[in-house]
Every structure is written in C-alpha cells, then in structure tokens.
Design a protein around this ligand. Structure first.
Ligand code: ATP
Ligand code: MG
Length: 268
C-alpha cells in the first residue's frame, strides 16, 4: 500500500505522533454544579501506536479526545502532541473522525475530502490529487464524483476517514467511528483501518463501546472508570498482526476481553 502522495513520510523514531497526557482533569461548570468529567488522567502514547479507549458512557472519552484535538482546554494538567501543547485545533498535527460522517451533501466525495485543503488555500490541482490518493487509500477509487446520498453508510464513513487522512496528520483521533454501521461493515472497516494504519504509521486513538473491536484493533487498550473518568487499567494486546477473524474465538482474545469487561461491569 503506497503512502499518500506529496506528504512527508512518517519517520520511525521521530516524535511525530507522540502524545503525553499528564495529570489531566476537566471540570465543566454548569448553572447548578461543577461536573468533574475527568480526574488525574496520565497516559504516554508512543508514535505509531494504535490505542483504544473504552469505558462506561459518560466517563469522559469524548472529552479527552476533544482536548487532544485542541477543541477544548483541560482545567488541570498538561497535554503534549509532538512535544508541544495544543491550544487550538491543528490539522497538521491531529485529524479527528467522529461517529457521524458529517459530509456536505451538496459536495461530491472528492470535494468533501478536499474541503479542509481548500480552507488552507492549497491550489486546486494539488488538493484534487491528494483527495484522489486518499480516496484510493480507503478503497473508494472511482467513487470520487458521487454525492453522499449515492453512497452507503460504510462508504460515507470511508470518505470521512479519507478527509481525516488527507492532511496527513501524525495523529488520528476517532470517536466511535463505526458505531452506526452494521456488524459486517464494521468488521470490514476495522480491517481497512488497520491496513491504512500499517501503511501510514500514524498514532491512532480510537474510542469504542465494543470490547471485541477494542481487542481486535489495539496495540493497547486503556480502560476508564465511570465519572469522574480515571484510568483503571492499561492492557497491552500482544496478539500478532495482521489480526484475523479466527483470533476472535481464541483463548487469549477471550481472556483480554473478559478482563476489560470486569472493569466495565464494576463501573456500571
Ligand atoms: N459541555 C459540557 N457541559 C457540562 N457537562 C458536560 C459537557 N460535555 C460533557 N459533559 C459531561 O462530562 C461527562 C463526560 O462526557 P463525555 O461525552 O466525554 O463522555 P463519553 O465517555 O464520551 O460518553 P459516551 O460513551 O456516552 O459517548 C458526562 O457526564 C457529560 O455529561
Ligand atoms: Mg462519547
């Protein structure tokens, strides 16, 4: 699989994609009370790792991703991406993919992928070439001229991933990106994502409620407790890659999934 054209290739050993979260807390001030969403979260993510966050609903996973994306500032602690703070969104360092593809319905797939490049005034021919490359990488070659309503749910989510990839940030944040998809499409998309990740060497932080998806995709699974969210376990998933469907029924897989489930059940 070829890397995206016209982009700086990932350099193994560089700090591009490193994430350091130190003693981070988030308190939301509402009209009636202060909501402590996250408390004392510390996590060191090495460049190129695939890290999955799991935890009960409301434990602060999306809040943590928002802070990593520079969309919200933590109320305590520090966050460093490529060894620098992230006071505002920086698409050159961090790309974000949300649960809903949120494509512009009046733009074609290609134009949707080009959109962040157009905002940065990248010349039309360059951005078209990058969009075509990114669509190819997500398996949508030949679908660039279609509008969102002409694409399936899985295809729309691929367009959204292509849009996240097009600026080639070293870090990709994904907040339940496959939650709206059926199980078969979800499995296929997981394999696609692993293929893209292996080809591009990005650091991925991925949120899911599916424990099977977590173990299947991850190098590391970080388990959070109910609010205020804290890290209660950090598992290394040493299953070999490429991951295969057969591994899902294996003993190692089952043991890892059970360990995560025990934490979640305790928090529920
Ligand atoms: N803007 C806000 N103002 C007040 N409270 C908020 C705000 N955003 C989030 N919260 C609260 O912070 C906590 C964490 O929310 P967050 O959305 O990060 O959880 P989550 O782990 O992503 O949940 P889910 O799995 O349901 O997506 C929740 O209790 C939520 O109600
Ligand atoms: Mg969430």
């Amino acid at each position: 699989m070829q890397p995206l054209a016209n982009v700086t290739p990932f350099k193994p050993g560089s700090r591009a994609g490193a994430i350091q979260i130190s003693n981070v807390g988030q308190v939301f001030k509402t009209a009636t009370q202060d909501v402590v969403a996250l408390s004392d979260v510390s996590l060191d993510i090495k460049p190129g790792r695939f890290v999955v966050l799991v935890g009960p609903s409301g434990c602060g996973k999306s809040t943590l991703l928002m802070m990593l994306a520079g969309l919200r500032q933590q109320t305590s602690g520090t966050i460093l991406i490529n060894e620098a703070p992230i006071p505002q969104p920086d698409p050159n360092r961090v790309g974000v993919i949300f649960q809903e593809p949120s494509l512009f319905p009046w733009l074609t797939a290609e134009e949707n992928v080009e959109f962040p490049l157009a905002l940065r005034r990248i010349p039309r021919s360059d951005r078209r070439a990058k969009a075509v490359d990114a669509l190819k990488l997500v398996g949508l070659e030949g679908f660039g001229k279609r509008h969102p309503h002409e694409l399936s749910g899985g295809m729309k989510q691929r367009v959204s991933i292509a849009r996240g990839l097009v600026q080639d940030p070293p870090v990709l944040l994904m907040d339940e990106p496959f939650a709206a998809l059926d199980e078969q499409t979800r499995m296929t998309m997981g394999d696609e994502l692993l293929r893209i990740w292996a080809a591009t060497g990005k650091t991925v932080v991925f949120v899911t409620h599916s424990l099977t998806e977590a173990v299947y995709l991850a190098d590391e699974v970080v388990v959070m407790s109910a609010r205020p969210g804290r890290i209660v376990d950090h598992l290394t998933i040493s299953l070999p890659r490429p991951r295969t469907y057969e591994m899902l029924g294996g003993e190692t897989f089952g043991t890892l999934r059970d360990r995560i489930w025990r934490h979640i059940r305790k928090s529920a």
